[in-house]
Design a protein around this ligand. Structure first.
Ligand code: GLA
Length: 695
């Protein structure tokens, strides 16, 4: 299991999958195979030859070039598009050598005439069945080369099928809806043009031949690890060859690659499984938990967040009162949301001035932080560093720091403008300000928000190509956040962008947690969480119990929904009755008991909440000793017979008990015969499942 060079090229193997590529007779680097791991290296097919048999059929339609540049008679959606200094816009890449390591492969390509080299990087993650790809382009000449597109990877599927593509779409308050559509001839594009990953689409795909289910069938899936504008192009050629390319969006993009410079793309990760969409999600979950997030081994704490309770009415008294209630019910981390900083009384002012508001906190944040710590909780804070209100000290001092075109209006959204994080002075300002906050207070957690998308994407003082902004901004964000992370490694960060606008495998290198949606109504949340779970593990999914539609949703229902992720509370605890707070304390205690299974275990989606008003999911510990079942019913007209739920992921031969069901029974029985759970509308249940120890 690793990377091997053979006469036919290279074979990349993971635990269960194989991926092969090689040079064909014409010297072109072509894809050979991606699917189940084959018994021997000689089993992998050879590199196909370059066919092109009529003036209207270039080889690109059939031939699966590993990383096609724009040139010749290919006509397909290429990965690379450049303009050389003399105006030539045709790339001819030739193989120039390989470096093979156990888990990494670098294939060097060189343009046959111009001083441009490309390195295609591969890394295998054997235990997660994932292959990671990225590309670096270097200009070895004296004149600049303009890059107009440089994608991270093109993933080739076995040809001859009409695949179905699963992806997610949404909007603010309604993220992550699963969509399934057949890919027909042509190009299907998913993208973000918003500067963030976006709530509208997410850089994730899953392709199957149309018959895969949660538990069965071949699925090819992948992501792009990038938090800025991205593009996914799924192309089916006239010869039914299907490829999915992913990378930085080339829309409004250009990059002047100066002499001696290298441009490195973000990574795309992809995998194959024969065990359905559920297995595809579990591969990503395992990978994210083990290899992406900053604090892989840490359990996420039960948090309280003040936003839905106190809004902008944040002050020492209101927060102390909430903190006392929170501590009493078992909360471990108290987060003060928006409204704590200089001049922040509404969304009209204050962003940019990251010091505490004197009126609300006469002695600064220290007394509150201390009180929170005394109550036995960690202290956390909300910031939105990338933004500025026109009504702020910062904007009055530096109106030129925002993204803008000098001759155009600066369109405000939520009364705010975006600081140009591509600028070094802006980066320095933010590092200094947030670093001071973190150094002067015992802050254990930061919620990093980003509440609008870009407009008038100008950068008047850019030295070169202004369209580099889209990428340099994200690199700047990474620099600022990464510097703060390195200086304060104990801090846990949360990524929020008006909900799930910045959820991806790039931001997860900085943030352990993501806020999936501003919609906290429990039934809506079930659907959003299910979409989110296609890609991201429960440990990263922050889920608060709030008062949204409280009259219609029992506390139990609301808790059950939030316990499916990293539990938080966002309700006004002062308005809850003592009985409600007592009940909440019981749920939190139970959550703490089962959270290792939820946060570190395997997720099985038994019945989809997006597809059925009666839905269920199950988390199973890695050793299969314990599991937790959640079942929900939203609205179903009675009379109705609810179907039995067949459990998953248990050891078939072991005996298990399920809370509230007769038993013990074998894992096989629970998985095959299932169990019956009857619920009324908007009722839910949580059942613990335990393996009976051997004697
Ligand atoms: C965004 C976030 C919310 C909250 C508000 C504060 O909408 O998604 O959770 O932090 O900003 O202004």
């Amino acid at each position: 299991m690793a990377i091997q060079a053979t006469e036919q090229g290279w074979v990349l193997e993971t635990h269960a999958t194989g991926y092969a590529l090689g040079l064909n007779q014409a010297g072109m680097l072509v894809h050979r195979y991606w699917g189940a791991r084959l018994p021997s290296l000689s089993d992998y097919p050879e590199a196909a030859d370059s066919l092109g048999w009529a003036s209207f059929n270039g080889p690109g339609q059939v031939l699966r070039e590993e990383y096609p540049g724009h040139g010749g008679v290919k006509y397909i959606d290429p990965c690379l598009k450049v303009t050389f200094a003399d105006g030539v816009r045709d790339v001819v890449l030739r193989f120039a050598g390989a470096e093979v390591h156990k888990h990494e492969l670098a294939l060097h390509l060189r343009d046959e005439h111009y001083p441009l080299t490309l390195t295609l990087h591969y890394r295998v993650h054997p235990e997660h069945d994932l292959i990671e790809r990225w590309v670096a382009a270097t200009n070895h000449g004296a004149e600049p080369i303009t890059i107009e597109r440089i994608w991270s990877a093109q993933w080739h599927l076995p040809p001859g099928e009409n695949y179905r593509m699963t992806h997610v779409t949404g909007r603010w308050l309604d993220e992550m809806h699963l969509r399934r559509e057949t890919l027909l001839h042509g190009v299907k594009i998913l993208e973000s043009r918003r500067l963030t990953t976006s709530q509208q689409h997410n850089p994730w795909f899953a392709l199957d031949s149309g018959s895969a289910t949660e538990d069965h069938g071949e699925v090819w899936f992948g992501v792009l690890a990038w938090s800025g504008n991205w593009k996914l192009s799924a192309e089916v050629t006239d010869f039914l060859s299907t490829r999915v390319s992913m990378g930085i969006n080339d829309w409004d993009f250009a990059w002047r690659l100066q002499a001696g410079e290298t441009f490195t793309t973000p990574a795309s990760l992809a995998g194959y499984t024969a065990a359905g969409f559920g297995a595809a999600s579990r591969r990503l979950h395992d990978h994210i938990r083990a290899a992406v997030v900053p604090h892989p081994q840490q359990l996420r704490k039960v948090l309280y967040n003040s936003w839905e309770a106190t809004g902008f009415e944040v002050n020492e008294q209101s927060q102390t009162a909430l903190a006392e209630h929170a501590a009493a019910i078992g909360v471990e981390l108290f987060v003060v949301d928006d409204g704590w900083f200089h001049g922040r009384n509404s969304d009209q002012a204050g962003l940019g001035d990251w010091w505490s508001d004197r009126r609300k906190f006469p002695n600064g944040l220290a007394p509150l932080a201390r009180r929170v710590n005394e109550l036995g909780m960690d202290f956390g804070l909300w910031v939105e560093p990338e933004m500025v209100n026109a009504d702020s000290e910062l904007y009055r001092a530096h109106p030129d720091w925002v993204i803008h075109f000098p001759t155009r209006a600066r369109t405000e959204a939520r009364n705010q403008l975006i600081l140009n994080l591509a600028r070094a002075d802006v980066q320095e300002y933010l590092i200094t300000k947030i670093d001071r906050l973190l150094s002067e207070h015992p802050i254990a957690f930061i919620k990093w928000d980003m509440n609008r998308n870009a407009s008038e994407p100008g950068w008047p003082t850019a030295e070169g190509e202004q369209r580099e902004l889209w990428v340099r901004y994200v690199q700047g964000l990474f620099h600022v956040w990464g510097t703060l992370q390195a200086r304060h490694p104990q801090v846990v960060w949360q990524s929020c962008s008006g909900g799930g606008g910045r959820a991806d495998l790039h931001i997860l290198r900085l943030a352990d947690q993501i806020w999936p949606s501003d919609n906290t109504e429990a039934a809506a949340r079930l659907a959003i969480q299910e979409g989110f779970s296609q890609i991201f593990p429960a440990s990263t999914m922050e889920a608060w119990v709030t008062d949204a539609l409280e009259q219609q949703r029992s506390l139990a229902f609301r808790f059950h929904v939030s316990m499916c992720g990293s539990l938080g509370i966002g309700a006004h605890l002062g308005r809850w009755s003592p009985a409600q707070r007592k009940e909440a304390a019981r749920w939190i205690k139970l959550y703490k008991a089962v959270r290792p299974i939820i946060q570190f275990g395997d997720l099985y989606r038994l019945r989809s909440a997006q597809a059925h008003p009666f839905s269920a999911l199950q988390y199973v510990s890695k050793d299969q000793a314990e599991a937790v079942l959640f079942v929900f019913r939203t609205h179903l007209p009675d009379p109705i017979t609810l179907p039995p739920l067949r459990l998953r992921g248990l050891d078939p031969a072991a005996q298990y008990t399920v809370d509230g069901c007769s038993g013990p029974r074998s894992g096989l029985a629970w998985m095959q015969a299932g169990l019956q759970i009857d619920l009324s509308d908007f009722e839910s249940t949580l059942r613990r499942i335990r393996r009976v120890p051997h004697h």
